[in-house]
Design a protein around this ligand. Structure first.
Ligand code: PEP
Ligand code: MN
Length: 637
């Protein structure tokens, strides 16, 4: 049952309620939600709920209708975010776990770990105990395999997961790995579930070959009732009459499970399909369907793999898949999980980072709380990072320049509105700042009003002129008589409505602004053109740049330059790129302040893979009047 506690409950009342329930034989879990705190009480005993309802500090008691209790959404409304080392699984992230089916040798795992990390995987997988259909197939390297997996995880800064098949191995394995994997064949091995649950460690729970969703959630309940609340579910295909693929990927299980449980759910396209060529499309289907991640088999030489070679991706296929997932993420309002970018040196402990609290790191942005720039910050940095809202673009640049914020998140381009010139002009005025990263956010506009407002109540709509313009069709069709009032920024318009408390007023903005101010989303996704994205630069002072850049290999550069006022000058500069086969991604020109009719050019290029960027810069400099590398960074596009 769920015991909803009164808002002002005292610590001693709380202790008494807990003691009462424990004494009756219940196991009690406290869950602190956004709006209220509840106790989840589960166990084999039955009591009259009125006995609990009468206790001081208790607001109400609600039975949980599902057979799974701790795993149920009824008990906990918010998504659970599972932390595996520095990696977080759940919510709006897509975490990619990759590695071989089985650990075969040190060299094999190291080579695969290096390549999957480079492509963007955040966790390493690899079986050391292999439950094979045939007793004559390779059974895994056992403890030796775990040692190899650990070394590779440490070398490439990735937590590791591997399958446990026997309760007697649990303790030994816990000292090597970061997350247990319960395989499909063991989903209902209840003694194993209990032994693993008792460790309190994160667990990846595969769906059984022919398990219903309810049976799968009951298995999660076993883990949780035994002592862990860190469970990630994994859909890996089920047995059906279909023989074209190894199993049948049950993609619809993803949204079904998300309704029933607060636990994150990911997908395994490798075991679901059993066929290499089907892995990438099904990975994308899983992400599009809302999965919080995927676990994929990758092998450096699949032809020689000791298990599951035919379904293992080549490293190059995996790298392409990661780019496709990255492109898909913003379409479905998700972002690719990365190993957190900010790891202050002082927090490192013998080469192993503790979960990082970045509360002391501030990131500046232009706008008010809940703005799209803040969303970009949450996608890039750890959730705990502090934000510094600034009134003007120039304020955000100054904050980074003066060290009041370590980083800045500034929009540089919108797919409908084009370049945001303020950012380019300010970069030109701040030579001490450099571009260290890039982020992309899909702009989804919503009509936001007072909690009791309905569409018919709205007489005035406030937003940034771009917001009003981008929702013209909705406004003309659904609110033809409403006055459209331009406002300084979108999130600012929401804060204005919250202040006015007038139900005839509405704002157009992103959903985080509505959540931040406790307002209602009257209509969702009202933008005329759904392919509306904003791209951001992460800026920093030079001394903070490497820390950020070290997390992902730069593959793009931004450059500004000017040329002399003579025929062919611009062509000469750009010819350097053409001659070197460099792909130019963007070119802009801006007037130079104080020099009428002279222009500064902004370039974005793909970095040469052969490390010849410095040589390219020297050559270009010779053709230019001024030349500055604004920054190199890992592209998100
Ligand atoms: C595996 O992940 O290697 C594995 C054996 O998966 P499953 O338990 O889903 O078959
Ligand atoms: Mn496998």
């Amino acid at each position: 049952m769920i015991i909803i506690l009164r808002q002002g409950i005292t610590p001693s009342e709380k202790d008494k309620v807990r003691a009462f329930l424990t004494e009756k034989g219940f196991m009690v879990r406290e869950i602190v939600g956004e709006n209220d705190t509840v106790f989840g009480a589960v166990g084999t005993v039955h009591i009259d709920p009125r006995q609990v309802e009468l206790l001081p500090g208790v607001s109400s008691v609600v039975p949980i209708s599902k057979p799974y209790k701790l795993a149920s959404r009824e008990l906990k409304k918010e998504d659970t975010i599972v932390s595996v080392g520095k990696v977080r699984i759940g919510g709006n992230r897509v975490a990619v776990i990759a590695g071989p089916c089985a650990v075969e040798s040190y060299d094999q795992v190291m080579a695969i770990a290096e390549s999957v990390r480079e492509s963007g995987a955040v966790m390493l997988r690899g079986g050391a105990f292999k439950p094979r259909t045939s007793p004559y197939s390779f059974q895994g390297l056992g403890e030796e395999g775990l040692k190899i997996l650990r070394k590779a995880g440490d070398a490439f800064d990735m937590p590791v997961t591997t399958e446990v098949v026997s309760p007697t191995d649990v303790e030994m394995m816990a000292s090597y790995i970061d997350m247990f994997q319960i395989g499909a064949r063991n989903m209902q091995n209840f003694e194993l579930l209990k032994a693993v649950g008792r460790t309190g460690m994160p667990v990846l729970l595969k769906r059984g070959l022919s398990a219903t969703i309810e049976e799968w959630l009951m298995a999660a309940e076993y883990l949780m009732a035994s002592g862990t609340d860190q469970v990630v579910l994994c859909e890996r295909g089920i047995r059906t009459f279909e023989k074209a693929t190894r199993n049948t990927l049950d993609c619809s299980a993803i949204p079904v499970v998300q309704k029933l449980t607060h636990l994150p759910v990911i997908g395994d396209p490798s075991h679901a399909t059993g066929i290499r060529d089907m892995v990438a499309p099904m990975s994308l289907a899983l992400v599009a369907g809302g999965a919080s991640g995927i676990i994929v088999e990758v092998h450096n030489c699949p032809e020689k793999a000791l298990s599951d070679g035919p379904q293992s991706l080549y490293p190059s296929q995996f790298s392409k898949l990661m780019r496709d997932i990255q492109a898909l993420c913003p379409v479905v309002g998700k972002s690719l999980e990365r190993i957190p970018r900010i790891l202050p040196e002082s927090m490192k402990e013998k080469g192993k980072e503790k979960p990082v609290s970045t509360a002391s790191v501030k990131v500046a942005f232009q706008g008010e709380r809940g703005a799209f720039s803040e969303l970009a910050i949450r996608r890039t940095f750890d959730e705990s990072v502090g934000v510094l809202p600034c009134h003007l673009f120039s304020d955000a640049f100054d904050a980074v320049s003066e060290g009041r914020a370590k980083y800045g998140m500034l929009p540089v381009e919108n797919t409908l509105g084009g370049t945001i010139y303020d950012t380019l002009d300010l970069l030109a005025m701040h030579p001490e700042l450099t571009v260290v990263g890039e982020q992309q956010v899909r702009v989804i506009h919503n009509l936001i009003g007072m909690p009791d407002a309905e569409l018919g109540d709205i007489k005035k709509v406030y937003s940034h002129p771009q917001g009003l313009m981008q929702c013209t069709r909705f406004l003309s069709e659904e609110l033809p008589d409403a006055e459209r009032i331009p406002f300084f920024d979108t999130a600012g318009a929401v804060s204005f409505i919250a202040e006015k408390k007038d139900k005839s007023l509405a704002a157009i903005a992103g959903s985080p602004a509505a959540v931040y101010h406790g307002l209602k989303i009257i209509r969702q996704g009202i933008e005329t053109d759904a392919s509306n994205y904003t791209r951001f630069y992460v800026i920093a002072r030079e001394e903070n740049a490497d820390l950020f850049r070290s997390q992902a290999k730069p593959n793009k550069a931004s450059i500004s330059f000017s040329v002399s006022d003579e025929p062919g000058a611009l062509m000469k500069a750009l010819k350097v790129l053409a001659d070197r086969g460099i792909n130019m991604k963007k070119l802009e020109s801006r007037p130079i302040q104080g020099k009428p009719w002279e222009y500064l050019f902004f370039l974005e290029i793909q970095l040469p893979e052969d490390g010849s960027f410095n040589a390219l810069c020297s050559e270009m400099k010779e053709t230019c009047a001024t030349f500055r590398v604004l920054g190199t960074y890992a592209s998100v596009l």
